[in-house]
Design a binder for this molecule. Structure first.
Ligand SMILES: [Mg+2]
Length: 480
């Protein structure tokens, strides 16, 4: 398994035996179907922007530019203040922007770090769909900052408008129609997807599709993706034992909606459904409780793969004990950079060791000084010894001063090295799963909720159907 490159590996937070998994479920968007993110997000950005202008926002906004690299997943949006935040695993705001203006340490402290930080007060950028809308929000906030008074609304109101119009862009087809008209521009085919699905089926697993997308969109996209790619599975539906569209996750895991059967040969009309789910039919809505009952499966026999930590992973794991595989597509880029940046990382670790050594030297110097001072002050000490002590103390102080200066230089060096490394990952936000050298909030969430994570579902092809996937995260720091 060591031969695998990092981006091909599946990482394990919670051990899992593939042999005890009976079925594997897949989310569709950004899990089975990968999008050309630049084209797709650019489209969503501009379609939504058009709605802002059509609804009375200044015409000038049409000059706003989409930047595919500005926002990353895991950031938090402070809707009321128009700020974008990167938070570490301890809820400390490490980086913050108001529009494109970076907030300094004092501002961050006043707004966030000096008071109890409740992450729930903010919106997490946790889907790819949210990247373009967040950027649009930040661009409008920045426009308002540069042009006071031109938009007579609060940031909260602007965000509300944004939500309405982005939802409308998804519903009224302004995005979907364009995707379906030119699928090759927007959808990326993973060359190993077919092989992966066939391998799972040959290994005795049942696979199912559980998506929030509606039937018409699902059918069109999956047809483009999977039809006529394999002799035995000519039609995309042939791969899946169960197909559930418009699932409404995460409510699928918390609610009690009934299943409807989708009349696929009758324009997708819905018919109420009773009794067990029938393989190869298409269902709409439903809930996880009923799904388990109707398919006669228990939670821990199901492995579900999705890209949305909240919609796909958290609730399915917490409430139903489904095993979970999170797809973190953008880690592939981070991994490439990690590999390239290994010498820089080694330099950081080396400098940290230097820092530890200096600190320990300084500690012994300080205790030497205080011991000598104690002896010198001792009233029984002889006069001639006193000057000896004083001389020694002065000597030790010179040493200590030198070490202090060295330590300061080492601190500065570590700061510079860490900051250079962060900038190499992302000029604004640094590494996806880290803030400086610590875990980011997003990294911590992945660790807590995803049993497994990987860059693409096709990594599953490298693992056998009976594979024991072991977690090493329960090792303590002293075990390493
Ligand atoms: Mg998805």
């Amino acid at each position: 398994m060591n031969k695998l490159k990092k981006h091909q590996k599946i990482f394990v937070n919670r051990s899992l035996n593939m042999a005890s998994i009976r079925s594997l479920g897949f989310d569709m968007d950004h899990t089975l179907v990968l999008y050309n993110r630049v084209n797709f997000e650019n489209l969503a950005f501009h379609e939504t922007l058009k709605k802002f202008i059509a609804n009375g926002y200044p015409e000038e906004l049409s000059t706003l530019k989409f930047d595919p690299n500005f926002v990353i997943r895991g950031l938090l949006v402070d809707r009321d203040r128009g700020n974008l935040l990167k938070v570490d695993a301890h809820k400390y705001v490490k980086v913050a922007f108001h529009g494109h203006m970076k907030l300094d340490k004092a501002q961050r402290s006043e707004l966030y770090n000096a008071r109890g930080f409740k992450a729930d007060d903010y919106l997490t950028v946790d889907t790819f769909f949210a990247l373009s809308e967040t950027q649009l929000f930040i661009e409008i906030v920045d426009y308002m900052r540069r042009n006071p008074g031109k938009i007579q609304k609060t940031f909260t109101e602007v965000f509300k408008d944004l939500r309405t119009w982005i939802d409308l862009s998804h519903q009224d087809g302004s995005i979907k129609t364009k995707v379906l008209m030119e699928p090759s521009k927007y959808i990326v085919r993973d060359p190993h997807l077919v092989e992966t699905l066939v391998k799972l089926i040959d290994g005795g697993k049942k696979i199912f599709l559980l998506t929030n997308s509606d039937w018409a969109y699902t059918n069109s996209v999956m047809t483009y993706l999977l039809d006529n790619q394999h002799e035995e599975f000519r039609h995309w539906q042939d791969y899946f034992e169960y197909i559930i569209v418009s699932a409404g996750k995460p409510n699928f895991f918390t609610g009690s909606n009934p299943f409807y059967e989708v009349m696929t040969d009758n324009e997708g009309l819905l018919r109420a459904h009773r009794g067990p789910l029938i393989a190869k039919k298409v269902y709409h809505g439903g809930n996880a409780n009923l799904f388990e009952k109707l398919t006669n499966q228990k939670g821990d026999q199901i492995l579900y793969a999705g890209d949305h930590i909240y919609g796909d992973i958290m609730r399915s794991k917490e409430l139903f004990n489904w095993r979970t595989l999170l797809v973190v597509e953008e880690l592939e880029e981070d991994f490439k950079k990690t590999e390239k940046m290994q010498p820089e990382f080694d330099a950081i670790m080396e400098t940290i060791r230097e820092e530890e050594l200096l600190q320990s030297d300084m500690q012994s110097l300080r205790s030497d000084i205080s011991n000598h001072e104690r002896r010198q002050k001792n009233k029984h000490a002889k006069k001639e010894q006193e000057s000896k002590f004083l001389g020694k103390i002065a000597e030790l102080r010179v040493d200590l001063k030198a070490k202090e200066e060295q330590l300061e230089a080492v601190h500065k060096k570590i700061k510079e090295l860490v900051s250079a490394r962060e900038k190499a990952f992302h000029p604004v936000w640094g590494e996806l799963m880290r803030t400086s050298l610590e875990k980011s909030r997003f990294g911590k969430q992945i660790e807590s909720y995803a049993c497994l994570y990987t860059t693409r579902v096709s990594s599953l092809r490298f693992y056998s159907q009976g594979q024991k996937m072991r977690s090493y995260r329960d090792l303590m720091p002293h075990d390493l």
